[in-house]
Design a protein around this ligand. Structure first.
Ligand code: SF4
Length: 380
């Protein structure tokens, strides 16, 4: 990897395949008083041939135009289930649009309104780094007993690597099932790219010890581990994390419990182990929404997930007290790149007959990535 690659990391860049960030034509100004009208008009003109998908972490101004809201997997499935929609505006981040492209039919086109909407976690595992890691496992002689499991939040190239090597994709809701399946057929798991989801699932759901897990650092020779450490480990965790969920701390939990007696702490499994281990409830994005929505009036929740979602939950549940777990405001900055001006720009371009920012995964990559996605759907 060269210095120019290093400089691109964190900007939504899949080093093998990336994409620019400028918008052809005029991007509407955020202050344009006609923006809402322009969005509604373009949406109406596109009719049933288009579909707008909105991830739960998106801004309200974008969610207002979403036909379906969901987490990454629910949205990719929604796109596949609606094969009549030729154009999918995916208001989420790059790896999600890739998954939608892989799962949809050949006549459907997936559009990401801003190509700079990447995911810092997905960018932490590049195809060449993972190939190097696999070579290390082969050299030590453990690759044949290792099953790769990759979190949905990874590039199509990493999903393809996983499919090629007989592994599976997982989401935060089925990570435990995926790991159990992998242990039923092999001795070790290489868990990509989120170390926290991997560790939390291994320890809190499967009953392994923290000592059964090692962290593979792709920036160090041999992952920063000795051959013996790799041989002894049951779970090899990739050194990746979510920059949003990784921020929450045990101190945040202690402070909110002191400030709001009776509060329940509800966090996403991408949070650090000590946060997850000390929370009252742990769950995926969809589970967080369901838990708060179905809780009795008067209940108090401190939530450790992306701030747009927490704010929306607070607004949509006025009979409950919903607060953000951290004192510091923290949005997912790449998700937030999709704003109403970009959505209007992409929709108006299509009204004018131009498909902009199409996300197209190469056939070979898509084929193997689909194997790993289908293995997830077939998990026992
Ligand atoms: S919240 Fe975290 S995992 Fe999700 S898109 Fe943002 S950086 Fe990636």
């Amino acid at each position: 990897m060269g210095i120019s690659d290093l400089l691109l990391l964190g900007s939504g860049v899949d080093l093998g395949s990336e994409r620019g960030v400028s918008c052809e034509g005029a991007l509407p100004a955020a202050s344009d008083p006609q923006l809402l009208t322009r969005a509604a008009t373009a949406r109406q003109q596109l009719g049933d041939k288009a579909m707008v998908l909105g991830h739960h972490y998106q801004r309200d101004e974008v969610i207002a135009f979403a036909d379906i809201r969901g987490d990454s997997f629910k949205l990719a499935q929604a796109a596949a289930d609606n094969s009549g929609a030729e154009f999918i505006f995916f208001c989420g981040v790059h790896f999600m649009a890739e998954s939608a492209d892989i799962l949809t039919s050949a006549n459907q086109k997936v559009i990401l309104p801003d190509l700079a909407a990447g995911c810092s976690m997905a960018d932490m595992a590049t195809a060449s780094q993972v190939a190097d890691c696999w070579q290390v496992l082969e050299k030590i002689g453990v690759a044949k007993v290792t099953t790769p499991i990759t979190y949905m939040n990874s590039s199509a190239a990493i999903k393809a690597f996983t499919g090629k090597n007989h592994g599976a994709v997982c989401t935060s809701s089925n990570a435990a099932r995926a790991m159990k399946w992998a242990f039923a057929k092999g001795e070790k798991i290489l868990f990509l790219p989120d170390q926290h989801l991997g560790r939390n699932t291994a320890v809190l759901s499967l009953g392994l010890s923290l000592g059964d897990c090692v962290v593979y650092n792709p920036w160090k020779p041999n992952g920063g581990l000795t051959d013996e450490q790799i041989k002894a480990a049951k779970v090899i965790l990739w050194r990746g994390h979510c920059s949003v969920h990784g921020r929450f701390t045990l101190q945040n939990i202690n402070e909110v419990r002191q400030k709001l007696p009776g509060v329940k702490v509800l966090v996403h499994p991408e949070c650090q182990h000590e946060v997850v281990a000390n929370a009252d409830v742990v769950g995926s994005t969809e589970m967080i929404i369901k838990t708060v929505t179905q809780s009795p009036a008067g209940s108090k929740w401190a939530i450790g997930t992306e701030l747009n979602l927490v704010q929306r939950l607070a607004n949509e549940n006025p009979d409950k007290q919903v607060v953000f777990l951290d004192k510091t405001v923290c949005y997912c900055s790449t998700m937030n790149r999709i704003d109403l001006p970009h959505l209007v720009w992409a929709m108006e371009a299509l009204v004018g007959g131009r498909v902009v920012n199409q996300i197209k995964v190469k056939d070979e990559v898509a084929r193997y990535a689909k194997v790993a996605l289908e293995q997830m759907l077939a998990l026992p």
